[in-house]
Write a protein of this length. Structure first.
Length: 219
């Protein structure tokens, strides 16, 4: 009788072990993916790789090293990933930007999106030049997140309490610059909203000022 019980118990354990299969392992930051379910936590599949979800504002991928396409982690910090020597000066390079919230602090700069303008080449989102009468913006590399915000509307608010919306059409490159593609301009800071004439006018601001503090959010 004892032998029968022992054999039965052994068969039960063997069956349980054979039938056990671990759950589908989800991918972490920068791992390859095919669907949204392939990525762990709040990461989503962007261009075949797991990355931060720009609409949620997650910042799993940031970290103090500045690596990754999302916002900066590590308590909201976003450290430079390197430096670029340009025109006798050293400029920090960033692959991340500060965390996104419902009112993200930024520096508003002016950009000429027309052909031959200060913006350099065509915009990344549609490979076209744009008339400056359009309300459009370029975002720093970390906020641009590899183009995931292309053609999306953001809302910008100035300190004079005026606000407007603008369409994301380009990246304000925080990694590279000082070449023909970037019209000789150095890398952008990691907290830039680079706006057209129309956007500045809608906010009641003078483009000659150059840089203005603003806040922005997804519209």
């Amino acid at each position: 009788m004892a032998n029968i019980i022992l054999i039965t118990l052994s068969l039960f354990l063997a069956t349980g072990i054979t039938n056990f299969t671990p759950g589908n392992a989800q991918s972490s930051y920068n791992d390859p993916c095919k669907t949204l379910d392939d990525c762990a936590g709040q990461l989503i599949c962007i261009n075949g790789k797991c990355n931060d979800d720009p609409d949620v504002g997650s910042h799993t991928c940031g970290g103090s090293s500045g690596r990754g396409g999302g916002g900066g982690g590590g308590g909201g910090q976003c450290s430079p990933s390197g430096t670029l020597h340009c025109g006798g000066k050293l400029y920090p390079q960033y692959t991340c930007s500060p965390p996104i919230s419902s009112s993200t602090a930024a520096k508003l700069t002016w950009n000429d999106f027309s052909e031959g303008g200060d913006g350099g080449g065509p915009t990344e989102c549609d490979d076209q030049y744009h008339d400056n009468s359009e309300s459009i913006v370029a975002l720093s590399t970390g906020w641009y997140t590899g183009g995931s915000r292309c053609r999306k509307q953001i809302r910008i608010m100035a300190q004079n309490r005026r606000s407007t919306t603008a369409k994301v059409v380009d990246e304000c490159d925080s990694r590279y610059g000082c070449d023909k593609e970037h019209a000789g301009q150095p890398p952008c800071d990691n907290n830039i909203v680079d706006g057209s004439d129309a956007m500045w006018k809608a906010l009641g601001l003078d483009v000659d000022v150059g840089v203005m503090p603003v806040t922005w959010s997804m519209a």
